[in-house]
Design a binder for this molecule. Structure first.
Ligand code: ATR
Length: 276
């Protein structure tokens, strides 16, 4: 009998995870299968406990469930700091992880971008910004948070201060100043996501060829921000890699096996192309 894995979300039907993980299981000849399950917020804990007793191999949590179990299960220290989980493993009871930050870190490492000692400008102060900023701070980066809503940026900045050597807050209108002497720009907002293809947090004139520009938006694969970054001669990283690497880290936690990154990337690209 195959071991079942799944993603719990509401809505969940557009999740890329089933295609990505099933392709990886198949590639490695693992007798596992992965499905998407629509679970309402009030049913989340019951559903996760049910999955445990039914012998599920592991679960991903997506919107709106990433914060819903924090008080109810054992959680990895960095996920606790982030305040959200996206992966559950059942090998030692119900145990939660957050692989979003590792997904971003490994996307940068994959491109040989140095994070330790670098200055990273993170636009946004939501869940994705939290995961990425805590992970990169842990890795030794200086963090600059830039957000439309200043209170939210200040709140994230205060939480980060205990873990990062250097944290600064900027308003969105000061992005140009925030980019001064910075090494990496990461967009964690939804700006530029389909259908808003002409939106961008920055244009060519404030970007530089010595910057790495990373957009966590993966649909479209090349956002307007990445197009502007290319025009400025900057190195670019697509959100597809973050999607693949956060999934790959969950795969590694569940299976203890090295994830087939290229196979997972191909599955995501095929799924994205079929959505056009
Ligand atoms: P996630 O969990 O995916 O990070 P989120 O918590 O809803 O999502 O956060 C979305 C982030 O994108 C927020 O930082 C939001 O800015 P505000 O805090 O000011 O709301 C940012 N964002 C969304 N749309 C934006 C826009 N049009 N311009 C600038 N920032 C935007």
């Amino acid at each position: 009998m195959k071991t079942v894995f799944g993603v719990f979300g509401d809505p969940v039907k557009h999740s890329m995870s089933p295609k990505m993980h099933n392709a990886a299981f198949k590639d490695l000849g693992l007798q596992n299968e992965y499905h998407a399950f629509r679970v309402k917020p009030n049913d989340l804990l019951t559903a996760v406990k049910g999955a445990e007793v039914m012998g599920f191999g592991g679960i991903n949590l997506t919107v709106p469930h990433k914060e819903g179990l924090m008080e109810h299960i054992n959680i990895d220290p960095i996920a606790k700091r982030i305040g959200a989980i996206n992966t559950i493993d059942f090998k030692n009871g119900i145990y939660g992880y957050n692989t979003d930050g590792i997904g971003a870190l490994n996307s940068l490492k994959d491109e040989n971008i140095a994070v330790k000692g670098s200055t990273v400008v993170i636009v946004g102060a939501g869940g994705a910004a939290r995961a990425i900023s805590f992970q990169l701070a842990e890795e030794g980066a200086s963090i600059r948070i830039v957000n439309r809503n200043k209170d939210r940026a200040v709140s994230l900045g205060n939480d980060l201060k205990d873990y990062a050597d250097d944290v600064t807050i900027y308003e969105l209108s000061s992005l140009k100043s925030a980019l001064k002497n910075a090494d990496i720009l990461i967009n964690t907002t939804t700006v530029g996501m389909v259908p808003n293809l002409n939106e961008t947090i920055a244009t060519q004139n404030i970007l530089r060829s010595d910057l790495t520009v990373f957009d966590i938006v993966y649909n479209p694969v090349e956002t307007k921000l990445l197009k502007e970054a290319k025009k400025a001669g900057a190195k670019t990283i697509s959100g597809v890699m973050m999607l693949v690497y956060q999934g790959a880290e969950a795969f590694r936690i569940w299976t203890g096996t090295k994830p087939p990154i290229q196979v997972m990337k191909k599955a995501v690209m095929e799924e994205l192309n079929s959505c056009d």
